[in-house]
Ligand binder design. Structure first.
Ligand SMILES: Nc1nc2c(ncn2[C@@H]2O[C@H](COP(=O)(O)OP(=O)(O)OP(=O)(O)O)[C@@H](O)[C@H]2O)c(=O)[nH]1
Ligand SMILES: [Mg+2]
Length: 481
């Protein structure tokens, strides 16, 4: 049997940021023209976007691994690398995005509604952008950050006003095909419908959508037939229509017991009790069907149902049905507080005011001081550990943020192990406190003495002050990266 695809696990990878470039401008007679390494481009995001022309998640079932493109590295001559392209994945209206633990991340309703499932990595700054008065010729650049890797689960919950439920072959798809322009597959074998069909119906000034779901059989709640899985498509519908077959050839069935069985399955599924329901007796073009319909009508009405007799094939009673449903939909809409807005759940990351935390922990059996925080972790990812100057720059940034002070307060001593980053993906190093921490020490990093020229004392003093100001400004600027 074909698989019913309305739930898929999707593995998405955003693009990596391109590395920054470390380059020095070269020209004839001007051997040291200054740093001119460009910034790396941003990695592309992976974005889920509702596209109403998409109706199933089948594509993602067939190819569940998707990746956006990487940012290009920066180049010499101040050329920035190109940004990676966002990967936009179209999903059906009513797609719910969950994490693997089942938490809802986003509920995508309405054409164009989007959710960034994986964020592209930032590009690294090139050495031109890292240069400053006090670091005239940085011999390093920042690395691009890796893009997010995410595993998400997509679940389709069809959004329609009216849902048709009933036994296989009761004529649900046939009804959709004659009430709307939709052309679902119709056949005289059970379980013809494997994905919900959606149609648009116009009744006077009311325009509504109607969906069917695969046929239900007794024991569906225990997984018989196609089970109850697909009933999630009914969850968002405001009106339920029981499509009852008056012309079935199965001797043990009749419209009343069919209705009882379907109702029992709906009850097992749960959460649908408050939906208004009407009953449609289908196939009254068949003489025996017409007789049976007449026979059961009083019983159904006694149970409080509005009952309509129709024939999808002979086009009997369709207009009445169209308007009856339009009325109920209009009432249901009026009763609803207001159109439910798309619910995108954003989980803020918990980081304390300082932007980082320090804790004593064990890492691979050794005691470490663990530093956690968005910035320190990002800065570590941006650092080329093969380049001493880059490592020095990292130390400066951490210092500025106050990590060193905090380590000192927590009792860290020279030579203690410090781990920065998440659980098993941390960078561990022996801590070497820079006793002379501060602008003076920072100022020496990345300086190229070949740039130093002769300056009178007053000029030097003024330059010194300018450097300090710049250091302050730069920290504020680059803190953001
Ligand atoms: N005589 C008659 N036959 C009908 C009528 N409506 C549907 N049928 C037939 O019943 C069979 C099943 O119709 P479908 O519309 O595929 O039934 P369904 O409820 O969608 O079935 P599943 O998708 O399997 O759940 C087809 O052979 C239809 O031609 C009707 O009003 N009169
Ligand atoms: Mg069908």
């Amino acid at each position: 049997m074909t698989t019913f695809v309305d739930r898929v696990e999707l593995h998405v990878a955003a693009g990596n940021g391109g590395h920054g470039c470390a380059s020095v401008h070269r020209e004839k007679f001007k051997p040291l023209g200054g740093p001119d390494g460009g910034n790396g481009g941003r990695g592309g995001d992976v974005i889920l976007t509702v596209d109403q022309s998409v109706t199933t998640l089948l594509d993602y079932h067939h190819s569940p691994h998707r990746k956006a493109t990487n940012g290009k590295p920066g180049e010499g001559g101040n050329r920035s690398g190109k940004d990676g392209q966002d990967l936009v994945l179209p999903v059906p209206d009513g797609t719910v995005v969950l994490d693997k633990a089942g938490n809802v991340l986003a509920d995508l309703v309405g054409h164009g509604t989007s959710y960034v499932a994986a964020q592209g990595g930032r590009g690294g700054l090139g050495n031109a952008a890292l240069a400053s008065a006090r670091r005239k010729a940085p011999g390093f650049a920042l690395l691009g950050e890796p893009g997010d890797l995410q595993d998400v689960v997509l679940e389709l919950k069809t959004v329609a006003d009216v849902a048709l439920v009933g036994y296989p072959s009761a004529g649900k798809s046939s009804l959709i095909s004659v009430l709307s322009a939709a052309k679902p597959k119709i056949a005289d074998y059970p379980f013809t419908t494997l994905v919900p069909n959606l149609g648009v119906v116009t009744a006077g000034s009311t325009v509504y959508t109607i969906a069917d779901v695969p046929g239900l059989i007794p024991g569906a709640s225990q997984g018989k037939g196609l089970g109850l899985e697909f009933l999630r498509h009914v969850e968002r519908c405001s009106v339920l229509v029981h499509v009852l077959d008056t012309a079935t050839l199965e001797s043990e069935r009749d419209p009343l017991s069919d209705l009882d069985i379907i109702e029992e399955e709906l009850r097992q599924y749960g959460g649908l009790d408050n939906r208004p329901r009407i009953v449609v007796l289908n196939k009254v073009d068949v003489p025996d069907g017409k007789d049976l319909a007449e026979m059961v009508r009083p019983d159904l009405e006694a149970r409080g149902y509005r009952v309509l007799e129709v024939s999808a094939v002979a086009h009997i009673g369709l207009k009445e049905l169209t308007y009856a449903l339009g009325d109920i939909v209009a009432k249901a809409r009026a009763a609803k507080p207001k159109e439910e807005a798309t619910r995108i759940v954003i989980r803020p990351k918990a980081v304390d005011d300082a932007g980082f935390t320090v804790a004593r922990e064990e890492f691979e059996g050794e005691p470490v001081f663990r530093v956690r925080g968005e910035k320190p972790e990002r800065w570590v990812r941006q650092t080329d550990f093969n380049n001493d100057e880059a490592v020095g720059y990292l130390a400066d940034r951490l210092n500025r943020l106050g990590v060193e002070d905090r380590l000192m307060k927590e009792g860290a001593r020279s030579g203690d192990a410090v781990a920065i980053g998440p659980e098993d993906n941390a960078v561990v190093f022996d801590w070497e406190p820079s006793v002379t921490a501060g602008a003076e020490m920072l100022g020496r990093r990345g300086e190229d003495h070949r740039f130093e020229e002769q300056r009178p004392a007053t000029q030097r003093r003024r330059d010194k002050q300018a450097e300090r100001d710049e250091a302050e400004r730069e920290f504020n600027d680059f803190e953001a990266f």
